[in-house]
Ligand binder design. Structure first.
Ligand code: PEP
Ligand code: MG
Length: 566
């Protein structure tokens, strides 16, 4: 028996035979060709064929997994359609009389090396994308069949160096019991996909030397891969797995029932979503509405942003899924680590501190106005609320509210039905806004605390930087005190407070947040059944004692130890 430690990327236990997925490197020779013209035509045909494949893959993924996961193939298509990429390959064919396979390989390797050299998770992921595109193109040039995980015939635990977006898209969720990769972080494609499919996963486990068929266990809680477990370990994990499955079934069976604490407080549990497909899944998981619609996820496609009418149709479709339940639409949060092909964003030295979210919208009122009008129209006779991200000062809030009034005036002038009095809230995710919560509260109907960013900015840790991201922990006492301060300030002015960072779905943090007085918990839909179940097992009074104690603790480690064993 051997235990390897990696990063716990997706909860749960998987037990089964390993399927070691190591796609063979594509074999081709570098050749001097006689007729560059013919070779270039071969390249053009291959690019067209791959474009067709990507369209099909996108449609399949959208249906089988979800819109957000399908978007990656749109990105690949755009990359492939970029004349600069093809021109570079053509130039090599022309000038060096190289065969197309070798030219594609050369250009993509150079690009990958450039991207990999940048110390940033985003760019490292782009390198993975380029590899994926290049391999597909070379395979097409060689006339080879696709080799994908779709060929997996028996339920197995997938072991790989890393998985490309194409690999994960072809993943058959009936057959993939769990995943373990040698590299990757919590924000890599594989980790995100595993979480959204509910497949236990460990990433970044280091060199994995085992062969297919070896019995393995994935512990998605501790982040361990256990190879050839002994009988006792196997029995322990089987018991754990069965208990977890029984618990999950019970939790899902109870998911549509409200979460009422032992002392009778009903707590609102809502979902974070980014697509219509997410909306439908959220309903199945017992969401009581949406605490955060990340609108930027709706616009990853295309080289222009959707028009007012197009946006209106999308928001309306999502609101209709939730009927009378609340839908909080967050205005565009791009910049930082989120780029949109349709918006030109200048390169910045520190994008997380740059023209991000509301700052970008205020600087580009035409983009903002279009979105605000679309949301206001969708809000007509529907329970839609609007939320501004990254507000850092009262002036900024006033400017955003002024823009909202402008959008209403435009709709009035055009005689278009819209919501005149929809609720307006702000995300509290910049420390200045948390400190000034009492100043902000009179101007809004609610707050939603974005702990992903609040932790990043309070603790001066780039949440996308693999080497330090673990330090951006919202259980840090500094963040807990800010959350406390925000809730107190809002409640004094009769405003409600939600929380839509990852923290809301973390079972360790739930009692603490309840005790701090949080009114609404918003999280990935997959976490809703277990958080509702957990809330039913605690009393608010007990939770208040837990919160009080945490507010007195001096450091993160002490908070974690205490919450593990309150
Ligand atoms: C947050 O910052 O906590 C949040 C929910 O927003 P995002 O993760 O989209 O920045
Ligand atoms: Mg945020």
């Amino acid at each position: 028996m051997k235990r390897l430690s990696g990063i716990a990327a997706s909860q749960g236990v998987a037990i089964g035979p390993a399927f070691v997925y190591r796609p063979e490197p594509l074999a081709f020779n570098e050749q001097i060709i006689q007729n560059p013209r013919t070779e270039i035509n071969r390249l053009i045909e291959a690019i067209e064929a791959v474009q067709g494949m990507l369209v099909a893959l996108e449609a399949h993924t959208q249906e089988a997994i979800g819109e957000a996961e399908a978007k990656i193939f749109e990105v690949h298509r755009m990359f492939l359609a970029d004349p600069a990429f093809a021109d570079e390959i053509k130039a090599i064919i022309q000038e060096e009389q190289l065969n197309a396979e070798a030219a594609v390989d050369r250009v993509s390797n150079e690009l990958m090396a450039q991207f990999s050299a940048i110390d940033d998770e985003y760019f490292r992921q782009r390198a993975v994308d380029i590899k994926d595109i290049a391999q597909r193109l070379i395979r097409q040039l060689l006339g080879l069949e696709e080799t994908t995980l779709a060929s997996l015939k028996n339920p197995s635990v997938i072991i790989a160096h890393d998985l490309t977006p194409s690999d994960t898209a072809s993943l058959n969720r009936e057959m993939a019991l769990g995943l373990c990769t040698e590299i990757g972080s919590n924000t890599s494609h594989t980790a995100i996909l595993a979480r959204s499919l509910g497949i236990p996963a460990v990433v970044g486990a280091g060199k994995l030397e085992l062969s297919s068929g070896t019995m393995v266990i994935i512990d998605g809680q501790s982040g361990e891969l256990i190879i050839e477990p002994d009988a006792q370990t196997l029995a322990e994990y089987r018991t754990r797995q069965q208990a977890r499955q029984r618990m999950r079934s019970l939790e899902i069976a109870q998911a549509q029932t409200p979460a009422v604490t032992l002392d009778g407080h009903q707590i609102e549990v809502v979902a974070n979503i980014g697509s219509v497909a997410d909306a439908e899944y959220a309903i199945q998981m017992g969401a009581e509405g949406v605490g955060l619609l990340r609108t930027e996820f709706l616009f990853l496609q295309g080289d222009t942003l959707p028009s007012e009418d197009e946006q209106y149709q999308i928001y309306r479709a999502i609101a209709d899924v939730f009927q009378r339940m609340p839908l909080i639409v967050r205005t565009l949060d791009v910049g930082g680590d989120k780029d949109l092909p349709s918006i030109d964003i200048a390169k910045e030295q520190n994008p997380m501190l740059g023209q991000r979210a509301i700052r970008l919208c205020l600087a580009r009122p035409e983009i903002f106005q279009t979105q605000l009008r679309a949301i206001l129209r969708a809000g007509h006779e529907r329970n839609v609320k609007i939320m501004f991200p990254l507000i850092g000062s009262e002036e900024e809030l006033h400017q955003a509210l002024y823009q909202l009034e402008q959008a209403k005036a435009n709709l009035r002038a055009r005689n278009l039905p819209h919501a005149e009095n929809l609720d307006v809230g702000i995300m509290i995710e910049v420390p200045s806004a948390a400190v000034l919560a009492d100043v902000m509260a009179p101007h809004v109907d609610f707050f939603s605390i974005g702990t992903n960013d609040l932790a990043q900015y309070t603790l001066a840790v780039d949440r996308t930087n693999e080497t330090v991201a673990h330090l951006a922990d919202p259980l840090h006492p500094a963040v807990i005190r800010l959350i406390h301060q925000v809730i107190q300030a809002a409640h004094r002015q009769d405003k409600w407070v939600g929380l839509c960072g990852e923290m809301a779905g973390n079972p360790q943090a739930v009692p603490l947040l309840l005790g701090l007085g949080l009114d609404e918990f918003s999280m990935a839909a997959v976490s809703i059944p277990s958080v509702k179940a957990l809330l039913r097992t605690i009393s608010k009074t007990q939770a208040q004692e837990i919160a009080q104690r945490c507010l007195e603790l001096p450091n993160l480690q002490r908070v974690r130890e205490f919450l593990d064993n309150p």
